[in-house]
Write a protein that binds this ligand. Structure first.
Ligand SMILES: [Zn+2]
Length: 452
């Protein structure tokens, strides 16, 4: 009933999202008698038929399913966790520890590669065993910030709310969408932005922004099938539903909220299509009458589907990350879910550039060997530095300075130079790590430079 009303109301995804948020907030009041975290509350966009029509066109155009010949790819997604706190010590309250973030990254890399150790104990039905997929998606901690500076804690951007003139956590959806995200998002074509916050409704575990769906084969538009603006793209997690340690709170203490929300961020619906026995457009997830609460079994037992179209066994796929089960019994994606996520990573603006982002690779520009040598001094430098090169006769050479993203920020060509000492000026460039590359007779040699 609610699903039908919602679908009718949804004129576009943007309007839909606001309505869903308001409905969820309204419903939340009546559920407030439940203790926090008694039941999973995901505030991501609910199923929308217009959006799905565009998604299906994208899948057709992608030829994703043609004779099963479309290959799968391995994708790597660089992640930055923006931890929003109000001055707590690291490891306390909202300001969760680096170890807790690392535990979340490890869980994502298991869940999206089907290497999670609880898979074999929770998935025992043959139908689910054959449907379960290694999604071939991995996650890495960003090593540099957008200015190219090395991050003191890989994958982590700690933000004291006061420093941004924000109010202190916890936050409402509206405040997160209008203030927190636009004020802290990093280039979403290079980073997958995840915000770790406290939610003021006291029960939401997380939500995701859906991918923008391209409208034509050639031009990838951000205007139609829009999951939302660029500066709000990403996933928001409750600080007590991250990773499997520290503030992570039972029964959502195994990092599956992030796995679930990233499923939405990559174009997956809830497993019941957000209605009784509804369609999630994945033919290998059985229809089920409702989303699951708790864990029907932690050893793979059958939970009745409640739908005439779905036999028992296998019953509900409550082990699926896109159900509402507790963390300890959700443990798989299916092959069809993988196809959707891989299509998104191949086709959707912002998602399709992440695999080529170099931000996880602070030392991606290798220091190499060449037949000539040069020295940089002083190093660390303050704006200006000298390059001393062993030159034989007059030589053409090129000096390039690159930031840690591999972008050339300065390039100087010298023609028939016979001086071995070249002055380079980086005044005005931000402090941090740079790479100085000298190209001589077609051979390049690169050295690291620290600018203070
Ligand atoms: Zn959800």
């Amino acid at each position: 009933m609610l699903g039908t009303i919602l679908v009718n109301l949804f004129i576009n995804v943007l309007i839909m999202r606001k309505i869903v948020f308001q409905l969820i907030l309204t419903l939340g009041v009546s559920y407030s008698a439940f203790s926090q975290n008694a039941q999973r509350h995901c505030a991501s966009t609910k199923f929308d038929s217009l959006y799905e029509q565009r998604f299906q066109k994208m899948l057709e155009r992608d030829n994703q399913f043609a004779n099963d010949k479309k290959p799968f790819y391995s994708f790597k997604i660089p992640v930055i966790f923006h931890i929003i706190h109000s001055g707590q010590n690291v490891g306390s309250s909202y300001n969760i520890s680096q170890a807790q973030i690392n535990s979340q990254l490890a869980i994502l890399n298991q869940d999206f590669r089907k290497t999670n150790s609880d898979f074999s104990s929770t998935v025992t039905q043959s139908a689910f065993l054959s449907a379960a997929a290694d999604c071939e998606i991995t996650f890495c901690a960003a090593m540099v910030d957008p200015a190219g500076n090395a991050l003191p804690e890989p994958g982590i951007d700690r933000i004291l709310a006061y420093s941004k003139e924000w109010s202190n956590p916890p936050y409402s959806f509206n405040y997160i969408e209008s203030t927190i995200k636009p004020g802290s998002s990093w280039d979403p074509t290079k980073y997958f932005n995840v915000w770790v916050v406290g939610f003021s409704d006291g029960m939401t575990l997380g939500y995701a922004q859906f991918p923008p769906i391209p409208t034509t084969l050639t031009a990838v538009s951000d205007m139609v099938g829009n999951g939302g603006p660029a500066n709000t793209d990403g996933v928001v997690l409750n600080y007590n539903a991250v990773g499997n340690m520290g503030s992570a709170t039972y029964p959502f203490n195994k990092g599956r909220t992030a796995t679930h929300e990233i499923g939405h961020w990559l174009g997956l619906w809830h497993i019941n299509g957000d209605s009784g026995c509804g369609n999630d457009f994945c033919s290998d997830t059985p229809a089920q009458s409702s989303l699951t609460t708790g864990c029907p079994s932690t050893t793979g037992g059958v939970s009745s589907s409640g739908c005439s179209a779905s036999p028992n066994p296998p019953g509900k796929n409550y082990q699926n990350f896109m159900d509402y089960s507790d963390d300890r019994c959700m443990s798989m994606f299916t092959a069809k879910q993988k196809e959707r996520m891989q299509a998104v990573l191949s086709n959707c603006v912002r998602r399709n550039t992440l695999n080529y982002s170099a931000v996880c690779n602070a030392v991606g520009i290798e220091e190499n060997e060449a037949s000539f040598n040069f020295d940089i001094f002083p190093n660390p430098a303050h704006g200006q530095f000298l390059i001393d090169i062993d030159l034989i006769g007059h030589q053409d050479l090129t000096v390039s300075v690159l930031n840690t993203l591999g972008q050339t920020i300065k390039e100087i060509k010298y023609f028939q130079s016979n001086t071995g000492s070249l002055k380079v000026d980086l005044s005005g460039k931000p402090a941090g790590i740079y790479f100085v590359s000298v190209k001589l007779n077609g051979v390049s040699k690169t050295k690291r430079l620290v600018v203070e």
